[in-house]
Design a protein around this ligand. Sequence first.
Ligand SMILES: [Zn+2]
Length: 496
Amino acid sequence: MKKTFAIVLALAAVLSIPGRAQDGAAALDAAATALGAANLRTLEFSGWGYDYVFGQGYHGAYQWPRFNVPGFTMSLDFATPAVRDDRRRAQLENPPLGGGFQPLFGEQRQIWVASGQYAWDVVGGNPVAPRIRDDRRGVTEGRLEQITLTPQGFIKAALANKATVKTDTIRGARKTLVSFTTPAARYEGTLNDQHLVERVQGWFGHVVLGDTTIEAAFSDYRDVSGLKFPAHIVQWEGGYPLLDINVTEVRPNAAVTIDVPASIRAAKPAPETGALERLADGVWLVPGYANSVAVEFRDHVAVIEAPETEAHSVAVIDAVKKTIPGKPIRYLINTHSHFDHIGGLRTYAAEGATIVTHRDNIPYFQQLWAGTRTIAPDRLARSGRTPVFEGVLGSRLMTDGSKTLVIYHYPGNMHNPTLLMVYLPREKILVEADSFSPPAGPLTSPPNAIPNLIHWYEAVQRLKLDVEQVVPIHGGLTTMDAARQIIERFSPNQTN
Ligand SMILES: [Zn+2]
């Protein structure tokens, strides 16, 4: 009797497992049916709204700067997978506080594409390898994630990745919670009692924020050509909004053709850094998509700027150690708090370098770095070191008699209130970030962000710095004269 009872219990336990799995599959099938996802090969939707530039807030207390998006079209090919994101963008913030090339003049067309393992931008009708490095998983992965951040794409990914499904009551409403892991990320989604996806959340390891999320919320679902699609989509990254779109048109199974251009297929990834270029005795440029500068003192080295990522910092540190052997990097001087300028900071802290930055950035960086780092632990997380900061107010002189540099804060710049520039008085070299990023060719229209260029130019004049060479973090070596010519040509009445 006892034995029979035990067998019945065991049998019930075995049977209950496929039963639960079937419930999960049924919930996903119901969602696929409700959303019209099953026979969907491509999807295109258009609308208008706002976008925000991640990591480019005016300072730590600000959200990412917001831009008008009068035209937005997202084209998705689920099987390849491929995505094309086409936006018209225009200035919105007034005053134009923060990064993202503000203030923008006129309307900007931005086209981002990814297909399979390739990513490219379309500029003036031509494909170009993405100029801006993604500061987390690579450009392609980040762009293809947009597929999973649509309701239909999320359900397709859930079905393909053996999602776990459970139900729960959240604030009195019955919800279905779907979670799965792809090679790229872990995702969770919430479905309502109509089997419609309300919210999707993906986790990733970010170089600045550590473990963080990208989220999408879908509301105001409407019937369109056999589909249900939200009329309102909002995305957040790192807790602040990233995209806010009102959908006006949905085209299921549209003719979405995203062919990888031959030039992109043939393109080789750019190296993290070029060879060190000697600017003066004991002063080197470390060229890259964003530059750093190494300054050699008697018994140590100071590096100006740790842009982009840990991989970039590792390449810069290796190059500096090879050219200047036997001297530790004691200081890393950071120009300001935008994420493309701090993505590589933690690598220097792991080396034992002191992070020198504007005093107001220290609590912000400590807060940014306080999160867990389980997804992509970096060198600092693995080292267990506590980062050491030194705050600059006004100015800070670094000298050992053989070498001298002066760090100046130039307050009041709308790009960022913590901007520091570094002047080498003997060498007459000035290192600056984002105030003057010289154009690659001749300008035919006013450059974006010209008020910030003027502000910086006037700050240099007020300090009476004798500058022969300007070393920008973004762009090639230049001069104050080149800056003055741009100001005189495009804004003649704004400077003396
Ligand atoms: Zn910036």
